[in-house]
Ligand binder design. Structure first.
Ligand code: ADP
Length: 716
């Protein structure tokens, strides 16, 4: 055989091998690529009689070039052993001269014995090696090494040139496979996201349609109803549905803020107890409706004034409480406690714990619940409603407050949600404390079969410097009274053993010479017992859960009344909640005050005009910013305040404010301008302030908030 024929034969053998190797790679499914690669490397190795083939990829660490072995085929090995990885082999330190040769796209074709620094290879039994550089997009990507462990030789020019193409093909196939894997993963992710979005849209559609349906339906019923009672009923339902709708929309907005990383907290001074009271008053209705037993325990050390984002804190607590109420069957129990721990520099940690006796959550569902749109069971929406956003939002807020949120629960055995948050506080010595000390040595008696309530009164009495005796039922109470030391005030629970609270009150008032002030405490039922209670001599009523400030106010009122010649305790309202009808009764009157309302939407103007009618304020209207500027420039001193919508045609509220500020710059008194807008995010509020406004009210308008603004800016 001539050299030429053997050359041609060798070429043919090699080309056939490359062909087979490439076919393996091209036909391989993504998940079988590893095995196909192993076989192709093997075919090539056999064709050139090599014992080992290795594929290496370059990378840089701190500017220095390294290579890492990705794949290996070796004679007699199993495919599963095909990946013995050597990591971060340095060209400079371990492969001297290689970088220089390979970057020139030249092969290294050597007998190991003749190579300087050959220990590395000799120790692996390598006698000859061929290193083929791989260039991708004109860059030195890595190399393929062919080792001969049984003879010393140089690889032929044929072998070199064909293995060069083969190496490039293998590397390309490998990269294509990586890309396919990445694409498949991205596709999976996208379709999962897509599915989550579709599911979200479907639950959103349900969540939004349900209240809208109620609003539309009840509007029709209300319109055609003849009696005022039916109309009132429709209005009530419309109010509930619209409040719910607003909640859903707020959740969605919060979530999109969170996803866009634009969620920020405000940092204001607030009254902690008032915040909790508001939350409880919002939930109270549902608690009563489901006849749940609700208990609240606030750490008596909680300072009156805290610093943080009270609205967001209230949002988390409302979410946890409403979930607890939602997932607890009728007559179950829900309790909440708040623990206070002082940290350094007037900062503190609060721990809020909400426990219920409801349906509970299995451990494997628990972690998921803090992700968006997740609910424990697939049929949760159908059974209980909800978007699955509340806990995800709560978690994000808690994290921004440097706290943590977690669940302790078992399926069917109720749930406890606990979260911590770091807040600032003002020590009570520097503000008005929750507990005022009294020196009058008043004596009080508390009758309740709930030990927590008795403890609550005892702590409060100690802090107020009052004498406090407690009894767990009417019999014990009457025994205490037999001791003949007169009490000034008695707090009696409505439901106590033996006699009920009202009977006990009646007995006390008849058998006792010095008549104490009797206050009934109860979680519900005041309306139905009011007449009997008054007849028995009860003077006031306090709604449970009890708040220290309410009890204190009650005691202080009594002591003030006792010291006055005209005794009499203010009758306490049955519920801290107020609706618009009684708000109207409380409305302050501001006669002779004139305000300008800049608002482009007719119905919004009408709402403000109607709501403010009882205040006696004269209201002029502008339908856009430009008209507002014109009215103010014509009579800069005429108006006491401006309510300014932000998004208006012709000229928006921000520009109008800037112009009004410029016109009235030299006036002795600056007109307060209050933004009244549906843009309620922090940066929207900041933008209003930057334009020169004084305050901000969100839309839909909260009547109480509007009244508070009027009080703040219109009262001298
Ligand atoms: P939503 O209540 O709107 O569905 P949340 O994020 O507030 O959204 O709650 C997510 C899910 O967590 C609920 O759908 C429910 O499956 C579960 N969950 C939350 N709180 C409780 C609880 N107290 N008891 C049982 N399951 C709860």
């Amino acid at each position: 055989m001539t050299t030429e024929t053997s050359d041609t034969q060798q070429r043919d053998i090699l080309l056939t091998a490359v062909n087979t190797a490439v076919t393996y790679l091209l036909q391989a499914e993504v998940d079988q690529f590893g095995s196909a690669l192993w076989h192709s490397m093997g075919v090539l190795a056999e064709a050139v009689d090599a014992d080992r083939v290795r594929l290496w990829q370059n990378h840089r660490i701190n500017g220095k070039l390294y290579c890492t072995q990705l794949y290996e085929w070796s004679e007699g090995a199993e495919p599963s052993q095909g990946t013995k990885i050597a990591i971060n082999v340095s060209y400079d330190d371990d492969l001297p001269g290689w970088e220089e040769t390979l970057t020139k796209n030249e092969c290294i074709n050597k007998i190991v014995r003749e190579m300087p620094g050959n220990k590395r290879f000799a120790s692996q039994g390598i006698l000859s090696l061929l290193i083929v550089p791989v260039f991708l997009r004109n860059e030195f990507w890595g190399f393929v090494g062919f080792n001969d462990c049984h003879r010393e030789r140089l690889f032929t020019a044929n072998e070199e040139s064909i293995l060069r193409s083969a190496s490039l093909l293998i590397t390309n196939a490998l990269l294509r496979n990586v890309m396919t894997q990445e694409l498949t993963a991205a596709l999976d992710k996208a379709s999962a996201a897509n599915q989550a979005k579709s599911q979200f849209l479907s639950s959103m559609s349900h969540e939004i349609r349900t209240p809208i349906n109620a609003i539309v339906g009840m509007t029709m019923i209300g319109k055609s109803a003849s009696g005022i009672e039916k109309k009132d009923y429709a209005f009530e339902k419309i109010e509930i549905a619209s409040t719910h709708l607003l909640g859903v929309i707020n959740d969605v907005l919060d979530m999109s803020k969170i996803e866009a990383n634009k969620f920020e907290l405000s940092n204001v001074e607030f009254d902690f107890e008032t915040m909790i009271k508001k939350v409880v008053s919002v939930i109270a209705f549902r608690i009563n409706e489901k006849e749940l037993n609700f208990k609240l325990r606030l750490d008596p050390d909680i300072p009156k004034k805290m610093i943080g984002d009270d609205q967001r804190l209230a949002q988390i607590i409302t979410n946890l409480l409403s979930n607890a109420v939602k997932f607890t069957p009728k007559s179950g129990s829900v309790s909440m406690s708040v623990q206070f721990t002082k940290d350094k520099n007037n900062t503190c940690t609060i721990q809020v714990k909400v426990t219920d006796t409801g349906i509970g959550i299995s451990p494997d569902q628990q972690e998921r619940l803090f992700s968006s749109f997740e609910q424990a069971e697939n049929d949760t929406t159908r059974k209980y409603g909800g978007t699955g956003l509340g806990l995800a939002i709560s978690k994000r807020i808690v994290e921004l407050m440097n706290g943590d949120i977690w669940i302790e629960s078992e399926l069917g055995a109720g749930a406890t949600f606990i979260f911590t948050a770091k807040l600032g506080y003002i020590p009570d010595e520097e503000s008005t404390p929750v507990f005022e000390k009294h020196t009058e040595n008043a004596r009080m008696l508390v009758v309740d079969d709930d030990p927590d309530t008795l403890e609550f009164f005892e702590v409060l009495a100690r802090r107020m410097n009052l004498v406090c005796d407690t009894a767990v039922g009417s019999r014990e109470a009457l025994e205490m009274l037999d001791r003949d030391i007169p009490y000034d005030i008695c707090f009696i629970d409505l439901h106590i053993p033996v006699m009920d609270g009202i009977e006990l009150a009646g007995t006390i008032m008849t058998i006792w010479d010095t008549k104490p002030v009797i206050i009934i405490i109860s979680a519900r039922d005041w309306n139905s017992i009011e007449q009997d209670a008054k007849a028995a001599g009860v003077r006031g009523f306090l709604l449970k859960p009890l708040f220290a400030s309410d009890v204190m106010e009650c005691i202080s009122n009594y002591i003030a009344a006792k010291n006055n010649t005209e005794p009499g305790i203010r009758e306490l309202s049955t519920s801290p909640q107020s609706d618009v009808s009684d708000v109207h009764e409380q409305a302050e009157s501001f006669p002779e005050r004139r305000i300008l309302l800049a608002e482009d939407v007719d119905i919004n103007r009408e709402i403000v005009l109607t709501l403010l009618e009882p205040t006696g304020i004269t209201i002029d209207c502008a339908v856009n910013g430009s008209e507002a500027v014109r009215i103010i420039s014509a009579a800069p001193q005429l108006y006491d305040l401006i309510f300014m919508d932000v998004q208006m045609p012709v000229m928006d509220g921000l520009e109008a404010t800037r112009r009004i500020r410029a016109i009235t710059e030299n006036l002795p008194r600056q007109i307060p301008i209050i933004a009244m807008t549906a843009n309620v995010f922090k940066e929207d509020v900041d933008r209003c302030m930057d334009a020169g406004m004084n305050d901000h009210i969100g839309k839909p308008i909260d009547y109480n908030e509007m009244l508070a603004m009027l009080k703040k800016y219109l009262q001298p």
